[in-house]
Design a binder for this molecule. Structure first.
Ligand code: CDP
Length: 228
């Protein structure tokens, strides 16, 4: 395990719209760490499948989607060129991503990108933050800090509704709530790398906390590691 003062690895896991993406961005900014939104890898792979009229629940279609994404990432200047497509944030892409993410071979195909990112020390950065569903349990079991971010389902559905509406998408609360429940069930009940908190993760429930309050809790966890 690397020295956290030289290269700190932070794992953020939690369900949809729990606030982990927002926290990851704020932490990366505050600490000058690199950040990988691993959900975007699943969303982008599923998007490739949908573009080819494939079925993200089928192993061969899912693998083809992951491989197309991987070759696009290899040929890109930076990750954001491939993962910045606004269509990736649509609910239908999220649903397709969670179907693809339940397939062990697809998870395996996307593993090395995440592990390599976590362990690559880049000059000018103090560490990395990865957010997803299995970062503390599978991708970085030795992360220096593991946070499990959760929030009540109603709060999460309202946040996601606001996010989608701000992007001009025509969605209703009940549709977003139903999609979220379905995706939570699929993500927690799948056989491979289901969503759950690592035994050594610190839990933060963001239901009644502001962005700043969540960031300040996470920063105090980072300080404790640096002083231990
Ligand atoms: O943004 P949101 O939390 O709604 O979802 P996301 O993080 O973009 O992830 C989309 C889907 O990808 C999730 O529902 C999971 O099924 C899957 N995923 C996963 O299985 N493992 C990860 N490390 C990240 C995402």
């Amino acid at each position: 395990m690397t020295n956290p003062d030289e290269h700190m690895i932070i794992a953020l896991d939690g369900p949809a719209a729990s606030g982990k993406g927002t926290l990851a961005k704020n932490l990366a900014m505050a600490l000058n760490f690199r950040h990988m939104d691993t959900g975007a890898l699943y969303r982008a792979s599923a998007y490739e499948v949908l573009q080819n009229q494939g079925d993200p629940s089928r192993e061969d279609d899912a693998l083809a989607g992951c491989n197309t994404l991987k070759s696009k990432i290899l040929g890109a200047e930076n990750l954001n060129d491939v993962l910045g497509n606004p269509d990736l944030r649509k609910d239908e892409t999220g649903t397709a991503a969670s179907k693809l993410a339940a397939i062990p071979a697809a998870r395996e195909a996307l593993k090395s990108i995440q592990i390599d990112f976590a362990h690559e020390q880049k000059q000018g950065y103090g560490g990395v933050i990865l957010d997803g569903r299995d970062i503390g349990t599978v991708i970085c079991p030795n992360a220096h800090l593991k946070l499990y971010i959760e929030a009540d389902t109603e709060v999460r559905a309202k946040r996601r509704l606001k996010e989608l509406q701000s992007k001009g998408l025509d969605v209703t609360y009940s549709a977003v709530f139903a999609e979220m429940r379905e995706r939570d069930a699929r993500d927690t009940q799948r056989d491979t790398a289901p969503l759950h908190a690592a035994s050594d993760a610190i839990m933060i429930n963001t239901s009644h906390l502001s962005e700043e309050e969540v960031l300040s809790k996470a920063l105090s966890c980072v300080r404790e590691i640096r002083h231990s």
